[in-house]
Ligand binder design. Structure first.
Ligand code: TXA
Length: 357
């Protein structure tokens, strides 16, 4: 006979997941929970009231479609798809390889679909993924409720990769946060659309473009990047700008192709008269340490793509919230291969200025 063991052996964890599941199903409320990518703010994808609650807690208008999180293929079929529907075969290999994990796929919305129109923003497709984090999977399985779950942050803040980030942003706005430790991936899931021909990568994330091409099968060898993804580094205001009352409004300046950084940073500081400002540096692969005396906080994001993804948002928050009141955060970027595509996509949105060497 099989030596079957309970999945959740720790009583406190079990109790807390059950409590959160009850909040989701019985009061249509929303909870913060960990996934392997970032923390999500989850509410029933089947309830208009829950999904409206997500937008309300985040202080964000309901214009963007949300990702639906499921715990198993069986649940996806049973709760969200018509009885005889077959998931398009173009997704077979990707699902086999990357689920559970940081990959989101688009499926058509069918007549009579139970998914709230606030999830799909009235589109004819919906986005779905099966997260790998055991707490996320248990929560969705125990509640037997597919969860719409955007990032558990206040809009415009860096993505939450620790429970404390969720608490910081959403304290008093949601009843519970399940603490599952630090997120392993650190950037959101990759979103792909296989309903188009050729298929399209809509958002780079935890699964790289190279991996999609390698493991997806023939059709995915020709996957194209959506304009938004490919349209590289436009200048956008830094996260945090609108939230001066929470944190110092540090400006992010991104550097790529600048060698050890010494010359580019020194030049930028003098050209912009930043000598009297509080300056921080997040370095990656090539920047040296102690490259300028004006830099008061310096952190290493890591040297592999995996490390840089995992550390990026946490370190941006750490430095931004440092009591010294940092004015400008210099960040060393990476090339756009493998994890680098998602890293640079996020950094380009966080940065006000991009210096290319
Ligand atoms: O890693 C993640 O995916 C995280 C964690 C919490 O799981 N969740 C997340 O959810 O990022 P959300 O809902 O914020 O992601 C929305 C992304 C947007 O880029 C949106 O445009 C895309 O998914 N999306 C959702 N539904 C879509 C649809 N029907 N068509 C095109 N894009 C869609």
């Amino acid at each position: 006979a099989l030596d079957t063991k309970p999945i959740i052996t720790d009583e406190e964890t079990k109790h807390n997941i059950e409590l959160a599941a009850k909040v989701l199903t019985e009061s249509n409320d929303v909870v913060g929970f960990p996934t392997e990518t970032v923390y999500g703010l989850g509410g029933s994808a089947l309830s208009d009231e829950s999904v409206k609650g997500i937008y309300k807690a985040k202080n964000r208008p309901s214009d963007n479609p949300l990702i639906v999180h499921i715990s198993s293929i069986d649940q996806l079929k049973r709760r969200l798809l018509p009885e005889d529907y077959e998931i398009p075969h173009i997704y077979d290999k990707l699902i086999q390889k990357f689920w559970p994990g940081p990959l989101t796929i688009l499926l058509p919305v069918h007549d009579g679909s139970p998914i709230s129109k606030y999830v799909t923003a009235n589109q004819d497709t919906f986005a779905v993924r099966m997260p790998a984090h055991p707490v996320a999977r248990s929560l969705i399985a125990i509640s037997d409720t597919p969860l719409a779950a955007p990032l558990a942050n206040a809009s415009t803040r860096p993505s939450p990769t620790l429970a404390s980030h969720v608490l910081h942003d959403l304290q008093g706005r949601i009843p519970y946060i399940l603490d599952g430790g630090a997120c392993d991936v650190g950037v959101e899931s990759t979103v792909v659309d296989g309903l188009l021909d050729p298929p399209m990568l809509l958002r780079p994330g935890g699964v790289s473009l190279e991996e999609i091409r390698q493991f997806g099968g023939d059709q995915w060898k020709h996957v194209i990047l959506s304009k938004k993804t490919a349209g590289k580094l436009e200048a956008v205001r830094t996260p945090g700008m609108k939230y001066k009352h929470y944190s110092p409004s540090a400006e992010v300046v991104l550097f790529t192709g600048c060698g050890n950084g010494k010359k580019a940073i020194t030049q930028y500081i003098s050209q912009n008269n930043l000598e009297q400002k509080k300056l921080a540096l997040l370095r990656a692969r090539n920047f040296g340490s102690n490259i300028h005396p004006g830099i008061i906080i310096e952190r290493s994001l890591g040297s592999t793509g995996q490390e840089i993804s995992r550390n990026l948002f946490r370190m941006l928050r750490d430095v931004d919230e440092d009591p010294s009141g940092v004015d400008v955060i210099f960040v060393e970027g990476t090339d756009e291969t493998n994890e680098g595509l998602a890293i640079m996509n996020r950094l380009s949105k966080a940065a006000a200025v991009h210096i290319k060497g």
